[in-house]
Design a binder for this molecule. Sequence first.
Ligand SMILES: Cc1cc2nc3c(=O)[nH]c(=O)nc-3n(C[C@H](O)[C@H](O)[C@H](O)COP(=O)(O)OP(=O)(O)OC[C@H]3O[C@@H](n4cnc5c(N)ncnc54)[C@H](O)[C@@H]3O)c2cc1C
Length: 297
Amino acid sequence: MDDVIIIGGSFAGLAAALQLGRARRKVTVLDTGLQRNRFAGRSHGVLGHDDKPPSAILAEARQQLARYPAIKLVNARADSISGAIDNFSVLTGEGESIGARRVILSYGVVDQMPDVPGYAEGWGKSIIPCPYCDGFEVAGQHWGLVWSGPQSMNQVRLFHDWTDRLTVFADGHDVTSEIRADLAGRQVPLVDGRITEIAHRWGHSATVKLDTGPDVIVDILFAHPRTKPSASLHETLGLATVNTPTGIALKTDERRETSTPGIYAAGDLANPGIPSVTTAIWQGAMAGIFAQQSMIT
Ligand SMILES: Cc1cc2nc3c(=O)[nH]c(=O)nc-3n(C[C@H](O)[C@H](O)[C@H](O)COP(=O)(O)OP(=O)(O)OC[C@H]3O[C@@H](n4cnc5c(N)ncnc54)[C@H](O)[C@@H]3O)c2cc1C
């Protein structure tokens, strides 16, 4: 039996594995290789790894983990979890059953692309979610923001640090008169109407087509589609969740343990705040350490 099974072997999962492997705990990492930022050419803001392709950061991490004999990286999907603390059983897509005393869930979330032509094609290139990830590279350019609710006003305030040229797209949302006045005071145009198509040119330019009014061209478009966990294992287990502006996150305590004893969670799957590679690595490392500490006698 393993000490820990980690489900999801990207930034959070591999960080957990590193701590466990260094503590000489036997750990299996199951991963399907679809990390959230795979659509982006480069990853930013990760100390020591700034401006590298995300896949290169993960490849380097996997290479470093090969040093630890207690860590086994398996390219497989986890299909189900049963049992209880000290005796969990995880069934893989290949039908293999793996036993472990603890489980760490780090299977991330999926961005759900709206049914708008050009949206999915531009995701990670001319449509991006986060100014900390890619804002520096397009600072001073004409930014667009797809409104997703009152929380979008925080983005408007935030974006001033990167650009003075911002256009907001209401995209069918009912934007209140107070917000309209605030935007006008900041000289931020608000374009009403629903987005019907997004066309891309030169990789980093988006032409936003609307059901009312003329097209609007921006250099880069920020958007926050709804998210959903990449797997439903937490649902079957009945784990507690909290709402986030775009979906849900697993609820954990300060030791990253979920509502079920012995099951820990880390990374975007369990982050109701600002998702990032750095946060995922930190939460993963903590989940690994606390899972290990829970097994000492
Ligand atoms: C377009 C874009 C660009 C971004 N750019 C940046 C950036 O520049 N800097 C930054 O800090 N952050 C960036 N992010 C955010 C970053 O991608 C996430 O915060 C980070 O990937 C979260 O890591 P994670 O390990 O929690 O989840 P993920 O990286 O999403 O990994 C989850 C892993 O679990 C696997 N998995 C899913 N289901 C199963 C299952 N049932 N069994 C086994 N494995 C499974 C998946 O295949 C995947 O490998 C960006 C996000 C997007 C969408």
